[in-house]
Ligand binder design. Structure first.
Ligand SMILES: Cc1cc2nc3c(=O)[nH]c(=O)nc-3n(C[C@H](O)[C@H](O)[C@H](O)COP(=O)(O)O)c2cc1C
Length: 284
């Protein structure tokens, strides 16, 4: 973040938690200089790049809410305008035309005009894809989430479509397991996206492990590297998404040597390739 005088590195403290509108949250300790600054301003300019001097994108954000957690404050911002140089102006135009013509507007949310560019910028930082498992009376659901994040030491937020069954299930059942996944499992994880709009089903319908989580006894997904047991506290609606806030009850590391599944937007991946930055990608 760049406010003219100060430069704050928010790489680890910002969370991408909504895309209609774009929602970015910033967590910071209550008695920090960043807290003092964010408390007193409404609009901020964030920059995205490899370093302070190599900037590829800018995002202007406006503050819409401030929440308090144990030792941290969470400042919630909405996207106002984004600009980037991932591709040439011509390439951006042809990509947005292709998106306009091919996007499945009835199934997915259609991101109009500058909002689509803001979302690409947010996805220029790798976003971990985690799996939520929940259930009761031997009936379960398991679905991926990529708009989520940790708030300080004790809390988590997961952003779920307000009209989806996943959101309703989380609010009703309150206890969930959130698993970081191995990058090898990317095809299985993507295939679970449709479960956001499915009812709970018998365990045999899912490819779940025989292992249960330590405290809630919820089945773990295969290929989980690490998991958190989370208890729902409350929620807040922002556009089409509902921010579900949780308390971390337990966290367990299972496997430390494999890469964690995360994704970035194609335009930024192309920029990396065009600029000779060596990166390993799995294409879907
Ligand atoms: C990798 C991945 C991550 C997702 N993350 C979220 C999420 O964090 N919140 C949410 O409401 N939906 C999430 N979804 C669900 C999608 O927004 C969408 O509703 C779902 O994928 C639609 O089904 P389809 O994949 O069959 O088109 C995710 C889907 C995938 C594949």
């Amino acid at each position: 973040m760049n406010d003219g005088e100060n430069f704050f590195d928010l790489t680890d403290s910002h969370l991408f938690v909504g895309y209609y509108p774009l929602i970015i949250a910033i967590s910071c300790e209550k008695n920090s200089s960043l807290n003092d600054l964010l408390q007193n301003i409404n609009n901020i300019k964030t920059v995205f790049g490899e370093s302070k001097d190599k900037i590829q994108a800018k995002l202007i954000l406006k503050k819409i809410n401030t929440l308090e957690f144990d030792e941290v404050k969470l400042f919630i911002f909405e996207g106002v305008k984004g600009s980037h140089r991932f591709l040439s102006k011509f390439h951006i135009l042809t990509n947005s035309l292709r998106y306009k013509l091919t996007a499945e507007k009835k199934i997915n949310i259609y991101l109009k005009g500058n909002l689509y560019e803001q979302v690409k910028i947010a996805y220029s930082i790798p976003r971990k894809i985690l799996l939520v498992t929940l259930g009761k009376n031997n009936m379960f659901n398991i679905f991926p989430t990529d708009i989520n994040g940790r708030i300080g030491k004790h809390n988590f937020v997961i952003s779920l479509r307000t009209n989806g069954k996943a959101n309703k299930q989380v609010k009703e059942l309150k206890k969930i397991v959130l698993s970081e996944m191995s990058a090898d499992a990317y095809q299985e994880v993507y295939a679970l996206g449709a479960n956001h709009i499915e009812d709970l089903r018998a365990k045999k319908e899912f490819d779940l492990s025989e292992k249960l989580s330590e405290k809630f006894s919820i089945p773990l997904p295969n290929n989980a590297l690490r998991y958190f047991e989370l208890e729902f506290i409350n929620d807040m609606q922002t556009g089409v998404h509902n921010l579900c806030f949780f308390k971390i009850v337990n966290s367990v590391n299972i496997e430390g040597s494999k890469s964690t599944l995360a994704h970035i937007h194609r335009d930024y991946a192309e920029w990396r390739i065009n600029n000779g930055i060596i990166s390993e990608f799995l294409l879907r």
